[in-house]
Design a protein around this ligand. Sequence first.
Ligand SMILES: [Zn+2]
Length: 278
Amino acid sequence: MKYAKLSNFIVATLMAVASTNLAQAVDLSGTASQGGMLWGKVAAGTKVSLDGEPVKVGLEGNFVIGFGRDAGPEAKLALLHADGTAEEQVIEVKKRHFDVEQVDGLPPKTVTPPPEWHERRVKETGMVREARSVATDQLDWLAGFVRPAEGRFSGFYGSQRILNGVPRSPHYGLDIAGPIGRPIVAPAGGIVRLAVPDFLLEGGIVIIDHGFGVTSTLFHMNSVDVEKGQSVKQGEQIGTIGKTGRASGPHVDWRVNWGNVRLDPILLIEPEPMKGPF
Ligand SMILES: [Zn+2]
C-alpha cells in the first residue's frame, strides 16, 4: 500500500457536503488539525482547490495541503474532475491547545538595534521567504518524515509568551536538544535551497525543498554540511547541532512550511521511530 508508512497517522475527519462517491474521489491521510498536514490523492487530471486557492496536483493525482496554528474550524476542499463535474467537501480542522505563558514585571528593556542589524535582518528574512516560495515537482514529501536529530524535545510548535502584556509571536518550531556536534539529518529528501552558517538569529540555517511547497528549515546548526542546490536523501547528514544565532543552549529548531503556512513538525513524526546515523 502506497500510504503504508502513514498508517499511524490519524485519518482525516471528513464531512461530505455534496455529491456522491466522495470516498473514492479523494483519499486523505495525515492529521486534520491546526498545524497538521494532509496527503491527498485524486484521479489524474482532477483540479483541487482549498478555500478558493488552487492546490498543486501531481501527474498521478498526489497533492498536499496544510493548516496553520490558528486555522479552522473548517476548510473547503473543492475538486474539479476531468469530465467537468465539480464537488466540494468540508474538512473539519481540529482545534488544539497551545501553551501561552504570561510573564509580567519584567524590567522594560530598550534595545535599539543598530541600522546595519536591521538591514541584515531584512536581507535574511527575504532569503528565507524566497527559499520557501517555490513549489517544485519533487515528491519527497510523499514518503513522510523522520526526526532530524536524536534528543529531548525542548520547545514546541504554537507556544507563545506574553511579556509585560505584549504577546510575542508564537514559536513555530520543534526544538530538539542535544550536544554540540550531534548529527542533524534531512527529515525528508529534497533540494537544499538555503545553506548559510551565520544568520543573526537562526545561526547556521538550512532550508530543504521537499516539493509542492513543503520545506523544512533547521536552525542553530554548529556546522552546515551541505550547499545550496545540492540534493539530499532522507536521513542524510546535513549538519550538526549547535547553539549558533540566538539560542540559550545547544539544540536544533526544525520548522516545516507548506508555502507560507507554518506546520507542526511533531505531527509528521510521532509516533514514528527514530531513524538516522546517530
Ligand atoms: Zn526554537
